[in-house]
Design a protein around this ligand. Structure first.
Ligand SMILES: C[S@@+](CC[C@H](N)C(=O)[O-])C[C@H]1O[C@@H](n2cnc3c(N)ncnc32)[C@H](O)[C@@H]1O
Length: 296
């Protein structure tokens, strides 16, 4: 296998002019989650319209404004899904790790079904939705009246809420199945074991691998566990393929692509994460696949 190549662009992924059409085989990502408080500021920075709507909501508490905020957040994400569609090859796959959000806004507790919004947007762009994975997370606490725990009252019906203890890994394909020549050696070299196939292609994943956070800045990236990314890369690409992550964060996808002999390209708008990205992509990287950083 020739050495793999890795690029990270410090810039927004709503435009990816650095990537030519139909040149990426797999996208694996975890975007900022709409309506999860920790990502509010990012959405406001990305789109001043969203910041203005939050301010308007403070003065005029109307449900319609909440809907406009939520719509605008997903419209911003959808521009990235559109660019992803452009750069994927025919048969290329896109895996999106996303959680729904529970939140009291404007005095009303509700769930914001981010996964269904993303499916709607991606289908409009031409993607085919494939069966998705539910990642059962071990740590999420139960919810009562929109607060973080039952507080001992979950026993008394009917006002407690079901806990969101799963996140989604949505899977989409562009066009028809990828085709390979018969007995393609790269494909055979990327083969899974029977145990991996049986476990990884089941719908519920109980990945307990903790997020290996080193400091506060890394914690705020909301990194996904290495094992989630490793499974997806090995299930949906072959050695030598190119993997895209349009929301690189701490660089998990780049690190796992290096370790699994895939090329990679990533986008991260927050320059402050570079030191974490450099540290993470150097970890366990005996191949020393140098990561090229491109400052837009
Ligand atoms: C949930 S985090 C990704 C975490 C990543 N999966 C990891 O393992 O570290 C989302 C990241 O996307 C970045 N981001 C948000 N909007 C972006 C955009 N339009 N273009 C590029 N990066 C963006 C944020 O700065 C944040 O670091």
């Amino acid at each position: 296998m020739p050495p793999t190549q890795h690029k990270i662009v410090i810039g927004h992924s709503q435009r990816m002019p650095e990537i030519v059409d139909s040149s990426v085989h797999l996208m694996v990502t975890s975007p900022p989650y709409p309506m999860i408080q920790m990502w509010d500021k990012q959405f406001c920075q990305l789109d001043p319209k969203i910041a203005a709507l939050w301010q308007k909501l403070e003065k005029e508490p109307q449900e319609e404004i909440v809907t406009q905020i939520y719509d605008a957040m997903h419209e911003n994400l959808s521009r990235v899904w559109a660019e992803t569609y452009r750069v994927l090859v025919e048969g290329g796959l896109a895996c999106v790790n996303i959680g729904d959000a529970t939140r009291s806004v404007n005095g009303r507790f509700r769930v914001f079904c981010n996964h269904s919004r993303i499916i709607e947007h991606c289908e409009k762009l031409g993607f085919t939705t494939l069966p998705y994975i539910l990642w059962k997370k071990p740590t999420t606490k139960p919810t009562y009246k929109g607060k973080g725990a039952f507080l001992g009252s979950g026993f008394l019906p009917p006002n407690a809420y079901v806990t969101l203890d799963c996140e989604f890994i949505l899977i989409f394909r562009k066009g028809k199945l990828r085709s390979f020549p018969p007995k393609d050696p790269t494909r055979y070299a990327s083969q899974l074991t029977k145990q991996q196939r049986d476990e990884w292609f089941s719908q519920i994943w109980q990945v307990t691998g903790t997020r290996q956070t080193v400091d506060e800045l890394e914690r705020r990236t909301g990194a996904f566990p290495d094992e989630i990314v490793e499974r997806l890369i090995r299930m949906f690409s072959v050695k030598g393929d190119t993997v895209l992550d349009p929301f690189v964060g701490s660089g998990t996808t780049t690190k796992i692509a290096i370790q699994n002999e895939r090329n990679s390209v990533g986008y991260e708008k927050d320059e402050k994460l570079l030191s974490i990205i450099n540290r993470k992509t150097a970890q366990g990287n005996s191949r020393k696949g140098a990561v090229e950083i491109i400052n837009r």
